[in-house]
Design a protein around this ligand. Structure first.
Ligand code: UT7
Length: 329
């Protein structure tokens, strides 16, 4: 496998948002047959944030962009493309990206949503960095946001303890002096789509009848197996493409689905668990938002510093997975 050439693009700003309402493990104990000890031991999750009844993915994403603008003053007037990674848009046929365009009155920009479920943010970063490095666009706004509470069945203890709502936003801009996107890796396995899905127009997948009626259904054990086998293999390929040894990774930022999955992947890849950044403890599994939320927490806590090498890896429904090695700042 040949070593990839770093892409002449860089993340120049980040922002994030989670709703105010907290759903704790104790709260869930009153809703389904579960308990704090089981949830913490099996997932690492203590709390999650839940959007208000009238708060949807567009609101979460707009708030994340607003937070980014407050912290990294930058004009959005010259944004040429908005990509929103989500699988929970407010309306099936209106891209959240267009709602962002309208809210910030961005004058001349393309706008679309990308659905790669929990791997959506890394897929969107892959696309944005490629387009910027190729010279097709000079400034792309990438947002990952999901309102998982709106598609969660709160009578199903195997899923309702996992998910939360949130959004994260970054700007990807042209950078010739210090190219920051060092390697990419993408993958998918559609035969595993039956293990985590939500029915829509059809309740049939590849000939298999599905249950759930519009709420998320998951075979946790199968998705767990997928994560702890496919992701380490993907990380190995990613590191080979970058030409970097795993010891040069300063921060490992996987999709925040389950702390045990993160521990297992870290161990298999020889990346010290202390280098993992995750957002699941207080936000749960926020799907496309989980990686930018984890990165932003790492920045706010003073862990992630300019020049650090980050390994981001998303995985989820589809099944999909996608990783990048990125230099921060
Ligand atoms: O973001 C998309 C990607 N998704 C993921 O990465 C999720 C991957 N999967 C997981 O994180 C884990 O499989 C879960 C956290 C979903 C489940 O953990 P597990 O250790 O795989 O549990 P399990 O499904 O094997 O269930 C073990 C036992 C079962 O009882 P029996 O059959 O052994 O008597 C379940 O009925 O735990 C029971 N159980 C619960 N008990 C208390 C399942 N959910 C709960 C619960 N509270 N909430």
């Amino acid at each position: 496998m040949s070593i990839s050439t770093p892409l002449q693009a860089r993340i120049t700003a980040i922002g994030s948002y989670v709703p105010a309402h907290i759903l704790s493990n104790a709260d869930l104990q009153g809703m389904v047959d579960t308990n704090d000890e089981w949830i913490v031991q099996r997932t690492g999750i203590k709390e999650r944030r839940i959007a208000a009844a009238n708060e949807f993915t567009s609101h979460l994403c707009i708030a994340a962009v607003q937070n980014m603008l407050t912290r990294y003053p930058s004009s959005l007037d010259d944004v040429e493309l908005i990509i929103v990674a989500t699988h929970t848009p407010d309306l099936p046929s209106t891209p959240v990206a267009c709602q962002i365009q309208a809210h910030f009155c961005i004058p001349e920009t393309g706008a679309y949503d990308l659905n790669a479920t929990c791997a959506g943010f890394t897929y969107a970063l892959h696309t944005a960095s490629g387009l910027v490095a190729a010279g097709v666009h000079s400034k792309v706004l990438v947002v990952g946001g999901d309102s998982m509470s709106k598609i969660t069945d709160y009578t199903d203890r195997s899923t309702c303890i996992l998910f939360g709502d949130g959004a994260g936003a970054v700007l990807v801009e042209r950078e010739e002096e210090r190219p920051a996107f060092l390697a990419h890796h993408l993958g998918s396995d559609g035969s595993g789509g039956k293990h985590v899905y939500r029915t829509g127009l059809s309740s049939n997948l590849n000939g298999i009848p599905l249950a759930g009626e519009g709420k998320l259904v998951q075979n946790g054990r199968e998705v767990y197996k997928f994560a702890v086998t496919t992701v380490p293999q993907g990380i190995e390929k990613l590191l080979m493409k970058s030409g970097l040894p795993h010891t040069t990774i300063d921060w490992f930022i996987p999709h925040s689905a389950n702390l045990r999955i993160i521990e297992s992947i870290s161990e298999k890849c020889g990346i010290a668990f202390e280098k993992a950044l995750y957002s699941l403890e207080y936000y749960g599994n926020t799907s496309a938002a989980s990686i930018p939320l984890s990165l932003d927490l790492g920045i706010k806590e003073g862990k992630v510093r300019s020049g650090d090498t980050l390994l981001l890896y998303g995985f989820g429904g589809g099944l999909t997975h996608s990783g990048l090695i990125v230099r921060w700042g």
